[in-house]
Design a protein around this ligand. Structure first.
Ligand code: GTP
Ligand code: MG
Length: 206
């Protein structure tokens, strides 16, 4: 399961200026610094495709990438960047919410969550907002390489996921699709690309 070609198309500040082409689109979103751009680079096998940084707030625009000439992958700015000014936060929020409300080509949003932290209010609220707006989403846990491997069962991947699922089930009747990833160790790529491929196939059969 591999991506053959990934090409940067365009960056925009406004959803109205995004590519008009009617092809399936998948967006990657989550808190600032969670690893969105790194994940996109891992999926595409190209470290230089999306710009990454150890400082939060790197991605500031809606970035479209064309994958295998027939679908779009979108890198978005992170939400909840603590150091942004109030005006900046409002602008980012508008950019993100407008994107999700108006982008008709969007098939699925991937919400990235750092596996090390407990469920954060901002993520759960964002997922609830997506549900209210009828936007399908899946969860991608990032940075699984960073979990301590010290044998303490309360710090392992499975424990973290089970805890997170409990919070999800307080809010939803059904669990969304969940992926485990590490961009550093190249874990999780096949499952995500396989899922996107299966969605693309079901669309083309309609
Ligand atoms: P913004 O664009 O600022 O919202 O951030 P982002 O979500 O795009 O994060 P980005 O991909 O730029 O990564 C942020 C930092 O986390 C960088 O220092 C990455 O090297 C690091 N990082 C991302 N993914 C992983 C991972 O799977 N494992 C580890 N150990 N570090 C990661
Ligand atoms: Mg980024």
């Amino acid at each position: 399961m591999n991506i053959k070609t990934a090409k940067f198309v365009v960056s925009n500040q406004n959803v109205n200026d995004c590519p008009k082409e009617n092809i399936p689109e998948y967006a990657f979103i989550g808190r600032s610094n969670v690893g969105k751009s790194s994940l996109i680079n891992m999926l595409a096998n190209n470290k230089k495709l999306a710009k990454t940084s150890s400082k939060p707030g790197k991605t500031r625009l809606i970035n479209h990438f064309k994958i295998d000439s027939f679908w779009h992958l979108v890198d978005l700015p992170g939400y909840g960047y603590a150091k942004a000014s109030k005006t900046e936060k409002k602008e980012f929020q508008k950019l993100i919410t407008d994107y999700f409300i108006y982008r008709k080509q969007l098939i699925n949003a991937f919400i990235l969550v750092d596996i090390r932290h407990e469920a954060q209010k901002i993520d759960i609220e964002f997922m609830r907002w997506l549900t209210t707006n009828d936007i399908a989403f899946s969860i991608i846990f990032t940075k699984i390489d960073k979990l301590k491997q010290n044998g303490n069962p309360n710090e392992g991947v499975e424990f973290k996921i089970e805890e997170y699922k409990k919070v999800l089930l307080e809010n939803w009747e059904f669990l969304p699709k969940i992926f485990l990833t590490s961009s550093v160790k190249h874990i999780g790529k096949e499952n995500i690309i396989g899922y996107i491929n299966s969605l693309n196939q079901s669309i083309s059969q309609k």
